[in-house]
Design a protein around this ligand. Structure first.
Ligand SMILES: N[C@@H](CCC(=O)N[C@@H](CS)C(=O)NCC(=O)O)C(=O)O
Length: 212
């Protein structure tokens, strides 16, 4: 769907600090693509690693996390959910419906996806610790929790329409494939797996894959 000229003017010259490895950043990029405004947002690749300083990012966002969106007014937005809420202003509510049951459904789905991402990202960080400091039981416990969310999604497969919920879940599942291929989630969840195979074909998803 093409963005109107007016929308392009509002959002043009925004800068998105991101990394192709971040599922949260990908969620925002996919949302901009679904809304046809990705060409208005300049992407600035940066790395956000908890143990390393990133002075440029910290100066913009005291959380020192990506995604971070700097608007052309100088205002800075952070957290993928807040950024997507802002982007929704340009989507006629397609990303996030008006308050009510439909919005709650989308937000709940988003939370499933965010929780998978939160747990998977900290598990990934665990793999970067020195061997003697890793706690495999803790990682396994995170994956037990992730497994319960996946089971719930398998029993209640989302629609294939792109909104904040489905985009987040789609990005979360692919992050699992990207970082934890050895923890196969698909075989026991055929419905969710089939959903993901379809959703991943969307140009917004296919063009934003994590690096090999
Ligand atoms: N709740 C945040 C999470 C963002 C996040 O944790 N991003 C990671 C990269 S995937 C990060 O910036 N980590 C830096 C750090 O932990 O210092 C969101 O939805 O944007």
């Amino acid at each position: 769907m093409a963005a109107s000229t007016q929308t392009s003017l509002w959002i043009s010259s925004c800068k998105l600090y991101w990394s192709p490895n971040s599922p949260f950043a990908r969620k925002v990029v996919v949302a901009t693509k679904e809304m046809g405004i990705d060409h208005c947002v300049e992407r600035i690749e940066t790395s956000a690693i908890p143990t390393m300083a990133n002075e440029v990012l910290s100066a913009l966002n005291p959380l020192t996390r990506i995604p971070t969106l700097q608007l052309n007014t100088g205002e800075v937005l952070f957290d993928s959910s807040l950024i997507c809420e802002y982007l929704n202003e340009f989507s006629d509510g397609r990303l996030l419906p008006e308050p009510g049951p439909a919005r709650r459904r989308v937000l709940k789905l988003e939370l499933f996806g965010v929780d998978i991402m939160d747990r998977a990202v900290v598990c990934r960080q665990e793999t970067l610790r020195p061997e003697s400091h890793r706690w495999s039981g803790w990682v396994d416990a995170q994956f037990d929790r992730i497994g319960m969310i996946l089971d719930t999604l398998d029993a209640n497969v989302p629609s294939l329409s792109p909104d904040l919920g489905t985009i987040t879940v789609g990005c979360a599942l692919e992050y699992l494939d990207f970082r934890f291929r050895d923890r196969a989630w698909r075989s026991k969840r055929p419905r969710l797996s089939a959903w993901h195979e379809q959703f991943a074909l969307r140009p917004s998803m296919a063009s934003t894959k994590h690096p090999e």
